[in-house]
Ligand binder design. Structure first.
Ligand code: ADP
Ligand code: MG
Length: 631
C-alpha cells in the first residue's frame, strides 16, 4: 500500500460536546497553565503561590512514577532519591561554586538523572522480576546514609542553603522562581503528553500490558523499559532543583520514606496511566497536607489507607474512575456511543502489495519441558506463496512449534531458518525484526488505543521517528503519523473493518479483533505469517473475511503457517498439511492426501481408516473447544 493511497477517514466515534472537549483537552490544559503561570501578576496570594509551586513540584515526581509504573509496569518508587540528587546538586553548585544559571543547572541535573537511571536500571531490569523495584526501594532506604557519607558536600544533618537562581546573569526574584517552577511543570507535561500520545506512547501501553505482544512486534522489552525508566528520572531530578530554589534551604528530613509514599499515593490517586493524573493526585495530597492538621499527624496511616483504597476500589485512580463513569454513562445512553460494529460488511476490495515471502525450514526440531518431550524430530517446510497448515489433536505440540518459530521458546534440538537466516535461538523481538509476524490464539490487543493505532503498532519497530522528534513534534514526526495513519487505514479497509478505525480496539467483538490482529501483523510487512487458531470462536461472516485475508497474503507471496482446528477451513485453504501427534510428525501432504491418510484417520478415530472424515472433523472440533486460553 502506498502511503498516499486515498483513504476516507472514518468518522470519530464519539460526537458532540464531550468529543470536542476531549479533542481540545491539550489546549484547555495549556490555557489553564498560562492562567496559573500569570497568577502572581493577577493578584494571587503568597500562600496560594507557595501551594501552587509545591503542587507543581510534587506533580513532577508523581509524573515520574506514573511513567515508570503506568507504562513500563515497574513499581520503582525511587523518585525521592532523584529528587534529593537534583536538590543537592543544585544547592552544592550554588553555594560551593556560585553556579546558579538555570539552563546550566538543569542540564547538569538532567545528566545526573540519566546516569543514575542507567546505572540502576540496567542491572535492575537485566535481572528481571521484582529486581528493579527492589533496587529502587533500597535507593530510598540508603538515601539518609548517602547524605551522611557525603556530608562534606551535602552539609549532613545541618543541610545546605541555596542561592536564588539566575537566568542569563540576571537574578530571578520570588516571582521569577514562581514562573520558573510553573513553566517547567507546563513544559514537562506538554512534552510528556506529546510522547504519550504517539506511537512511542502506544508502544509503552503494549509493553505494560503484554511484554509478549511487545516482543512479537519487534520491540525489545528490556531496551524500552530502560528508556521509560531513565526518562522517568528526569522530572524528579528537575523537581529537586526547583525545590532547592523554592525553599533556599535543603535538609535531609525532606527526603524521607514518607515522601516516597506520598508520591506513590498521589500516583495511585490520580491514576498511573493518565497524563494529567499526576496533577490531580499531587493537588489532592498537597492540599490535604496543608489544610488538615490531622493529615500531618496521621500522615503514614492516611497514605496507607489511600493506597489500600486505590488498590481495592479504583485501580486507575480518580482519572480511571472518571473514565469508567463515562463508559457507564455511554452504556446507559446518557452520552453518545460508538455505532454498533459489524465486521466485514464489505469484502476486502483491493489486493495486497507483493510480499517477499521467504521459505521457513524447521530441521529435526526437538523440545522438552523438563521431562515432558513435547516435540521430537519434527522437520517441516513452509514455502512462500503457499499456505502450510499444522494440525493435530490437543496437546500434540502445535502451539509449541509455533512458539519455537517465533522465538518464545528455544529448541532443545534442531534448527529453524527463514531464508538464509537462522532464527532459532534469537530473542522474540529479533525474530520479529527478521520478518516474522504472528497472531495469538486469544487475540492480544492493548487497552487504551484505537484500532487504527493498534494496527499501526505493527510498524513500530521499523518506524524511524525518534523520541526527540516526537516530543518536539518536528516535521518528521508529522510525516510518521501520516504514514502510520494511512497505512493502518488502508489495511483496515483491506480487512473490511475500516469503520472500526476510531474505536477502542479492546472493545471490538472477537471476530473483528482477530481481523484487526491480522491487519496489525500485515503492518509489519513480514515475510512469514504465523496464525494460531485464528478461526476459533468466529461466526461465518468473520470466517469468510479471514479466509479472504489469508488467501490474499498467500497470493501476494507471503509464507503462511496456519495452526488450526477448523478442519473444513484447513482443507479449503491449505496447500500443504502437516499432521502432528504426540509431538511427532505423522503425515504431510495435500488436503486430498491427508483426508485419505490411514495413519491420520487412525490417530484421530482409533480405527484403521474405517471411520469417515466426518468423524475426524468432529474430533478436531471437539479438540478445538477445550484449547482456548493458550497463547
Ligand atoms: P497443542 O497446541 O497442539 O494443543 P501444545 O504445544 O500446547 O499442544 O502442547 C504440547 C505439549 O507440550 C503438551 O504436553 C503440553 O503440556 C506441553 N507444554 C507446552 N508448553 C509447555 C510449557 N511451557 N511447559 C511445560 N509443558 C509445556
Ligand atoms: Mg495450541
Amino acid at each position: 500500500m502506498s502511503a498516499d493511497s486515498a483513504v476516507v477517514r472514518p468518522p470519530v466515534t464519539s460526537s458532540g460536546l464531550f468529543a470536542k472537549v476531549s479533542r481540545f483537552r491539550g489546549l484547555l490544559m495549556l490555557a489553564l497553565g498560562l492562567l496559573v503561570l500569570l497568577g502572581p501578576y493577577l493578584g494571587m496570594s503568597g500562600y496560594l503561590a507557595r501551594t501552587v509551586m509545591l503542587v507543581g513540584i510534587l506533580s513532577l515526581l508523581t509524573s515520574g512514577l506514573n511513567i515508570v509504573l503506568g507504562y513500563a509496569g515497574e513499581l520503582a518508587v525511587n523518585q525521592v532519591f532523584l529528587y534529593a540528587v537534583g536538590a543537592y546538586v543544585t544547592a552544592y553548585l550554588g553555594t560551593a561554586h556560585g553556579i546558579t544559571d538555570v539552563p546550566l543547572i538543569f542540564g547538569i541535573v538532567i545528566l545526573a538523572a540519566l546516569v543514575i537511571g542507567l546505572v540502576t536500571g540496567i542491572p535492575g531490569l537485566r535481572l528481571g522480576g521484582w529486581s528493579l523495584a527492589m533496587v529502587a526501594f533500597f535507593m530510598v532506604i540508603i538515601l539518609p546514609s548517602v547524605v551522611q557519607v557525603l556530608s562534606k558536600y551535602t552539609g549532613g544533618p545541618l543541610g545546605l542553603s541555596t542561592p536564588l537562581p539566575t537566568l542569563f546573569g540576571r537574578d530571578l526574584g520570588d516571582r521569577g522562581v514562581y514562573v520558573l517552577i510553573v513553566a517547567t511543570v507546563i513544559i514537562w507535561f506538554a512534552l510528556a503528553r506529546n510522547l504519550i500520545l504517539s506511537a512511542h506512547g502506544n508502544a509503552f501501553l503494549v509493553l505494560r500490558q503484554s511484554p509478549i505482544l511487545a516482543e512479537s512486534l519487534g520491540i525489545s522489552v528490556f531496551r524500552l523499559k530502560l528508556i521509560v525508566y531513565v526518562i522517568s528520572a528526569v522530572p524528579c531530578a528537575l523537581g529537586g532543583a526547583l525545590f532547592a530554589w523554592l525553599d533556599g534551604f535543603i535538609a535531609p528530613d525532606t527526603f524521607t520514606f514518607a515522601m516516597a509514599l506520598s508520591v506513590l499515593a498521589a500516583s495511585m490517586f490520580g491514576g498511573a496511566t493518565s497524563i494529567y493524573g499526576a496533577l490531580v493526585g499531587a493537588f489532592l495530597l498537597q492540599y490535604g497536607q496543608q489544610q488538615l492538621t490531622v493529615f500531618a499527624q496521621l500522615e503514614l496511616v492516611i497514605y496507607g489507607v489511600f493506597l489500600l483504597a486505590a488498590a481495592l476500589v479504583f485501580r486507575n485512580g480518580l482519572t480511571g474512575l472518571f473514565r469508567t463513569l463515562v463508559a457507564r454513562a455511554r452504556h446507559r445512553g446518557w452520552l453518545p456511543t460508538a455505532p454498533a460494529l459489524r465486521a466485514a460488511e464489505q469484502p476486502p476490495t483491493t489486493g495486497l502489495e507483493p510480499i517477499e515471502g521467504r521459505p521457513l525450514s524447521c530441521r529435526d526440531i526437538g523440545k522438552n519441558f523438563g521431562g515432558n518431550q513435547a516435540l521430537t524430530g519434527v522437520s517441516i517446510d513452509a514455502a512462500p506463496g503457499r499456505i502450510t497448515a499444522l494440525i493435530g489433536p490437543n496437546g500434540s505440540g502445535k502451539t509449541t512449534l509455533l512458539n519455537l518459530m517465533c522465538g518464545f521458546y528455544t529448541p532443545s534440538a534442531g534448527s529453524i531458518t527463514l531464508g538464509d537466516t537462522t532464527i532459532s535461538g534469537l530473542k522474540p523481538f529479533k525474530v520479529a525484526r527478521a520478518g516474522v509476524a504472528r497472531t495469538f490464539q486469544t487475540p492480544m490487543v492493548a487497552r487504551g488505543m484505537t484500532t487504527r493505532e493498534f494496527v499501526a503498532s505493527g510498524r513500530y519497530s521499523q518506524q524511524k521517528v525518534s523520541m526527540l522528534a516526537t516530543v518536539l513534534r518536528l516535521p518528521s514526526f508529522r510525516r510518521g503519523v501520516r504514514a502510520d495513519d494511512s497505512e493502518a487505514l488502508a489495511l483496515l479497509e483491506l480487512m473490511g473493518i475500516a469503520q472500526t478505525a476510531g474505536t477502542e480496539v479492546s472493545e471490538l467483538p472477537l471476530g473483528t479483533r482477530r481481523l484487526a490482529e491480522v491487519a496489525r501483523a500485515l503492518a509489519a510487512r513480514p515475510q512469514l505469517f504465523l496464525f494460531d487458531e485464528v478461526a476459533s470462536g468466529l461466526d461465518p461472516a468473520d470466517l469468510d473475511s479471514l479466509e479472504r485475508a489469508i488467501r490474499a497474503i498467500r497470493d501476494a507471496g507471503g509464507t503462511v503457517v496456519l495452526v488450526e482446528h477448523n478442519f473444513p477451513l484447513v482443507l479449503k485453504v491449505s496447500d500443504t498439511i502437516h499432521v502432528l501427534s504426540r509431538g511427532e510428525l505423522i503425515a504431510t501432504g495435500t488436503p486430498e492426501e491427508i483426508q485419505r491418510d490411514a495413519r491420520v484417520l487412525e490417530e484421530y478415530t482409533g480405527s484403521s481408516g474405517a471411520e469417515t472424515v466426518a468423524g475426524l472433523e468432529a474430533d478436531l472440533e471437539v479438540a478445538g473447544t477445550d484449547n482456548e486460553g493458550g497463547r
